[in-house]
Design a protein around this ligand. Sequence first.
Ligand SMILES: [Zn+2]
Length: 192
Amino acid sequence: MKLLWIFLWIMASSCGVLQNNSFISRADGLMQNHFFAYALPYEKGTTHVVVQGNESLFSHAGDYAIDFKMKRGTKVMAARDGIVVRVRDSTKTGGIGKKYIGTANGIVIRHSDSTYAHYLHLQYKGALVSVGDTIKQGQLIGLSGSTGFSAFPHLHFEVTRQTGISREDFPVLFQTRKGIKFLQPLRWYKAL
Ligand SMILES: [Zn+2]
């Protein structure tokens, strides 16, 4: 019996490693030259669980974005320095109906390498910055919520770059207690 458990544990952990390595080698190419260690987008010392990570199946299939489960009204902090280029916080509603797609409140911040961080599903009147504001990493920018296409209160974070007329998202690295990592679903991360 004991051997069986050891065998299962080795199988499970080696599969995890394999998956991780193949993701990391692809991610490397997908990031191009946009390497940056982002701060977790919430208050230092607080911990949140990632409910959907890069390429998760529910609403991130083929997507590079992270969903942090978060109570409504949780402080959202800037993951990187930049300039606010878009703010919307006029929506009060959210849910998983089609009519909610693209309606979330959110903040978009442009970074020095012309990439953009998107902080979505903020609560009504949950943006604490304005277009044109200069933002420092770790600065309070908004309050989380569940507006737009959202099944439960969370913060959706993604980074994009402009390629011609379209926008493309790509995986990014975060500062964690275990070093600079890609975040994994169903793991808790404490902001440093
Ligand atoms: Zn999401």
